[in-house]
Design a protein around this ligand. Structure first.
Ligand code: HEC
Ligand code: HEC
Ligand code: HEC
Ligand code: HEC
Ligand code: HEC
Ligand code: HEC
Length: 503
């Protein structure tokens, strides 16, 4: 190497404005990241935008700034090459003090960068899997699900436990669908409400069954229901029943129950003919010995050998528990609960009917509802029951606040979400639920029906008006709370009259 060449190679190509800008920006980004990281660590409330900045946006800028440093040097070198002879590739000479300095600096920067990247990538992964990320980034879109989630028994279970599960494959899949979702939020291309069923949901074996497994269910669990009729006196009715959730395994000769559908010993396949899986005319049961039996809805035109077109679904937890974490409650039921708990004073005349009416009114936003609901209730009592208004104004005020509270966690007008949009498949009162198959109208070629006996799934151990309760541990025959309905429920399905609203 001639002394001229050596001199040229000793030039510091990093002294150019691109590289210098890169260095300055890198330092600024680094300091910002450290500050955001500390903030995120010490702030008690997690802020989703802080996470996005700290683990995605600023690191992005940092990488670009760091890249500017060598890019600037390369451009600078290319420029020098044009003006005189410089070999195509740099000649690195570790005896040259300048080259030594470069090598040490590069080594230090790369080490620090890799170290922080490891932490950063882990934090970015952690963050994109967090409830804050899933539930709060696209605030309006996810507000209904995020709010309902906090009301559910799963409020401490992460979104990703049910929506992604463990393993790299589903992580990548979820990020791919996630990328589309981000696009649809930015382009405002999402549907309101978000359509269900969620077809990309992972099978329950890999999610629900990580915490609840079929073999663990046995015996019965108790359910208490308090009802109030929509009449002037809010006539009260109580029902206590035992749900035969049953063991997933018959070993030991125990009677099976509701969870038999998901026991390892049986499989149920079905085809639904509507999008929401509410109409199920064709069902195949496969027993543990592999014996098959097909049940077809009478009058549907399908036969055992000729199922409807469409997805043949293997029944799992989500075919019954389709709202385990995002249950938007129906107004009749939720007002009953608020009255039973005392949040709404049950001595106010017609309060059941009026509260349900107030909930089902048309409002544009939560604030709009919070303004109009008290006006509605107050106007009703002032006009219809002036003496109640005079005596129980506080109770009316409190009831109005309770109704607003109910509205805010169950109704989301900006996303068009309420109980109506998301049929709940547990039960049969306001949606077909279990009666999609257990309506007594699904028959095998041998003439055997899927049972709709009331006692198959639950035992009513107590029912009636408070003070006049009938109780019988072996079970009572159902009595309809509204005497005017009589025995009509024996001929019709409950959800043909019940909608969750009042008629
Ligand atoms: C216990 C399990 C579970 C948890 C925890 C959970 N989800 Fe879900 N989620 C479901 C199931 C099951 C469905 C599918 C409903 C269907 O297909 O009918 C669903 C559906 C959804 C939908 C589609 C719209 C709807 O209302 O059905 C969104 C959006 C959603 N979840 C967001 C979230 C977010 C955000 C979180 C965390 C804050 C979360 N989920 C936590 C089980 C869960
Ligand atoms: C990470 C663990 C975890 C996962 C995953 C999980 N659950 Fe749960 N589940 C719980 C816990 C904890 C409770 C509350 C138990 C209690 O309150 O005693 C619960 C309660 C329930 C209950 C009874 C309370 C209720 O709301 O009716 C049902 C039903 C249920 N889970 C269904 C599901 C379904 C369906 C899935 C899958 C979509 C699922 N769980 C996924 C942990 C989990
Ligand atoms: C055929 C419908 C059906 C299927 C399928 C089903 N369940 Fe249930 N499950 C019920 C009913 C009904 C209850 C009673 C409680 C109720 O009515 O909400 C119940 C109760 C539960 C409970 C509460 C038990 C308790 O002791 O409080 C859990 C947890 C649960 N189911 C989880 C699951 C899981 C996990 C799966 C899938 C492996 C599953 N269920 C499949 C209908 C079903
Ligand atoms: C997709 C159709 C389908 C749905 C939905 C369904 N079931 Fe079933 N269920 C069946 C079939 C099929 C059988 C077996 C009938 C037979 O062999 O006689 C059965 C049997 C049962 C049994 C008897 C199990 C045993 O011990 O042998 C119970 C209890 C039961 N179902 C409860 C429920 C409840 C509660 C729901 C709603 C939460 C429900 N089912 C929803 C199809 C369904
Ligand atoms: C295939 C199983 C099954 C059959 C058959 C069945 N039920 Fe139910 N029933 C359920 C389940 C599951 C629930 C629980 C709903 C819940 O957890 O909210 C329920 C809930 C109820 C409730 C309480 C409703 C509420 O939400 O407050 C009443 C009352 C009731 N059933 C009466 C009957 C009567 C009367 C019959 C017979 C005509 C009958 N059931 C047949 C599964 C069944
Ligand atoms: C012919 C129509 C009709 C049928 C069928 C019917 N109901 Fe009702 N039900 C009513 C009316 C009307 C009321 C009182 C007003 C109201 O709640 O809307 C009522 C009230 C109730 C109530 C108390 C009110 C409340 O808060 O929910 C319960 C519980 C009930 N019905 C259960 C059932 C069950 C379970 C079935 C199916 C086995 C059933 N009903 C079938 C018409 C019917």
């Amino acid at each position: 190497m001639s002394s001229e060449e050596a001199k040229r190679e000793s030039r510091n190509y990093f002294r150019n404005w691109i590289s210098i800008a890169g260095k300055i920006f890198s330092i600024i980004c680094f300091v910002i990241i450290v500050c955001l990281f500390l903030l995120d660590f010490f702030l008690p409330q997690k802020n989703p935008y802080l996470g996005i900045l700290a683990y995605m946006v600023v690191p992005g800028f940092l990488v670009v700034s760091l890249l500017l440093i060598p890019v600037g040097a390369l451009i600078e070198r290319a420029r020098s090459r044009k003006s005189g002879y410089i070999p195509k590739f740099p000649i690195i000479d570790f005896n040259n003090p300048l080259h030594q300095k470069w090598a040490y600096t590069t080594w230090a920067v790369v080490t620090i960068f890799l170290l922080f990247s490891a932490i950063g990538i882990y934090k970015a992964y952690d963050f994109t899997e967090s409830n804050t990320f899933c539930g709060r980034i696209c605030h309006t879109v996810m507000e209904p699900e995020y709010t309902a989630y906090h009301q559910s028994s799963h409020a401490r279970v992460n979104c990703t436990h049910c929506h992604v599960g463990s393993g790299a494959e589903w992580y990548v899949r979820s990020k791919l669908t996630g990328a589309y979702q981000v696009y649809s939020v930015l382009a405002k291309a999402y549907s309101r409400p978000i359509a269900t069923p969620v077809h990309s949901l992972r099978p329950a074996q890999d999610t629900c069954e990580q915490c609840h497994w079929p073999q663990k269910f046995f015996g019965s669990i108790e359910q208490d229901h308090d009802y109030f009729l929509p009449d002037e006196t809010n006539t009260e009715w109580k029902t206590r029943m035992l749900m035969s959730i049953g063991g997933g395994s018959a070993s030991g000769g125990k009677k099976e129950g509701i969870h038999w559908h998901v026991s390892p010993e049986s499989k149920i396949y079905y085809v639904a003919t509507d999008k929401k899986r509410q109409v199920i005319p064709w069902i195949r049961k496969v027993g543990k010995d592999g014996k098959e039996e097909v049940f077809v809805e009478k009058g549907s035109g399908y036969t055992a050998g000729k199922p409807p077109q469409g997805e043949m679904r293997l029944m799992d937890c989500m075919d019954c528990h389709n709202r385990p974490s995002h249950s938007f409650r129906d107004p009749s039921k939720i007002v009953n609960e608020a009255m039973a708990s005392g949040a709404i004073d049950k001595t106010l005349p017609s309060i059941k009917r009026e509260a349900v009416k107030a909930l089902t009114g048309k409002y544009t936003t939560h604030e709009d509802a919070a303004e109009k609901i008290p006006e509605l209730l107050k106007a009703f009592y002032r006009k219809k029951y002036p003496e109640v208004w005079a005596r129980q104004q506080d109770a009316i005020e409190k009831a109005a606040q309770a109704v607003i509270g109910i509205y805010k966690v169950n109704f989301f007008p900006t996303m068009n979400v309420s109980w109506k949009e998301y049929p709940n498949n547990i039960g049969h009162l306001i949606f077909p639920g279990c009666f999609r198959c257990h309506d007594g109208n699904h028959e095998s070629p041998m003439g055997r029906k899927i049972s709709n006996e009331c006692t198959q799934c639950h035992t009513i151990i107590s029912q009636g008006a408070p003070g006049a309760l009938e109780t019988q541990v072996d079970g009572l025959a159902f009595k309809h709370p509204d005497p005017a309905v009589g025995d009509a429920w024996k001929e019709m399905q409950c959800n043909e009259c019940h909608t969750g609203d009042i008629e």
